[in-house]
Design a protein around this ligand. Structure first.
Ligand SMILES: Nc1nc2c(ncn2[C@@H]2O[C@H](COP(=O)(O)OP(=O)(O)OP(=O)(O)O)[C@@H](O)[C@H]2O)c(=O)[nH]1
Ligand SMILES: [Mg+2]
Length: 289
């Protein structure tokens, strides 16, 4: 898509978002518990100024419990924050209590009152539609393991009265500096074409090896103890990741002509397994001290 067309598309998305925002009492901001910094859009905070808002850290089942607790405490300074496993047993009561507290603080209408409106907001693929289905108690909103599943705005009737709006992830992720870019790829907020997937795969392999030692060995048979080769071109902070990825490609038979490890295919396999939680719970970002 040409840059001008993309900008136009984004501007329309943002306009629709602003219009929706002006009509609602409460915003459920959904972020990914594995990357609570990179999966939030700072513009959302500004756009929601003065509005009752909750921060929901979805996919808590895929994140490290202690880090999620620390993230929730840190974000709590900004807005009520609740971490949820939307696929497992999740405490929706905590969600309602947090919503009520945020609404009361903002002096907004409460759920059940005439004309009550809420909306979900957040980057693509964070779990907005899944959250809605959980809250509604039925499969109403379309859900999928790739960014951009929800196509247009859709209103649903809430069980306790009022309505809630599902929106596509219109506030597109800002790739920004490299640490945010590779994490957004790992979380599935952007597709492989948006980043250098081989480099991103190496960074992810490195993080997984640091947080879940032996997970790569157990799943792919790579030797995690082998140091990065002398003079390897790996950049600071990802030294060794490229080696892990290459080892993975070799053990999975992902080879190019001449037996060269196919790092981009290995990166895609790694990202898919990480997304499904097959490498254990791994949080990509450290909470503020
Ligand atoms: N393991 C796990 N997976 C989740 C959770 N929440 C959502 N998912 C999965 O994450 C993927 C994205 O979920 P969606 O609800 O479609 O995300 P969305 O934010 O609506 O995405 P867009 O409509 O593209 O903006 C799906 O494969 C969901 O099944 C969760 O708490 N745990
Ligand atoms: Mg959706």
């Amino acid at each position: 898509m040409a840059p001008g067309v993309l900008a136009g598309h984004m501007a329309r998305g943002e306009r629709a978002f602003r219009e929706a925002l002006s009509a609602v009492d409460l915003v459920w901001e959904v972020a990914d518990a594995r990357g609570p910094r990179c999966s939030r859009n700072p513009r959302l905070q500004r756009l929601c100024a003065g509005k009752a808002r909750l921060i929901l850290l979805a996919k808590a089942d895929l994140a490290e419990e202690d880090l999620t607790r620390r993230w929730a405490a840190a974000l709590g300074a900004e807005a009520e924050t609740v971490a949820l496993d939307l696929h497992g047993p999740c405490d929706l009561g905590a969600l309602w209590r947090a919503a009520r507290a945020a609404l009361e603080r903002a002096g907004a209408r409460l759920p059940g009152s005439e004309g009550y409106r809420a909306m979900v907001a957040g980057m693509p693929n964070t779990g907005k539609s899944t959250l809605l289905n959980r809250v509604l108690g039925r499969r109403s909103a379309a859900v999928g393991a790739r960014p951009g599943v929800t196509r247009g705005p859709q209103w649903f009737v809430l069980p306790e009265g009022g309505r809630v709006l599902d929106l596509p992830g219109v506030l597109a992720p800002r790739l920004g500096p490299w640490p945010a870019a590779w994490r957004l790829w790992a979380l599935g907020a952007v597709g492989p074409a948006a980043v250098d997937a081989e480099r991103a795969g190496a960074a992810l392999a490195e993080r997984i090896a640091a947080r879940q030692p032996r997970a790569l060995e157990a799943r792919y048979g790579v030797d995690e103890a082998r140091p990065a080769p002398e003079g390897s071109s790996a950049l600071e902070g990802e030294c060794g990741g490229a080696e892990l990825l290459a080892g993975m490609a070799r053990s999975r038979g992902l080879l190019q002509a001449g037996g060269v490890p196919d790092l981009s295919r290995a990166a895609a396999v790694l990202q898919g397994d990480f997304r499904r939680g097959l490498l254990g719970a791994v949080t990509l970002e450290e909470p503020p001290a």
